[in-house]
Design a protein. Structure first.
Length: 65
């Protein structure tokens, strides 16, 4: 039972993270209303922020040991 609950919680957390990424990219998409350059810069900024949070975080360093 605990293993199945763990799998469900893991899938829920992954789906939640995907939703947050979509929310962040929606802000970048709003840049399209101003100009393609703003859209490109906002998208690049969001990608950079998400990269830092995903692969360069202190939490990841702590999990790696």
């Amino acid at each position: 039972f605990a293993a199945r609950v763990g799998r469900v919680v893991s899938m829920a957390a992954e789906t939640f993270n995907d939703g947050l990424r979509g929310y962040y990219f929606a802000f970048a998409a709003l840049g399209w209303l101003f100009s393609p350059l703003v859209f490109a810069l906002a998208t690049a900024g969001i990608v950079y922020i998400l990269y830092q949070r995903e692969f360069r975080s202190e939490v990841l360093d702590a999990l790696k040991g």
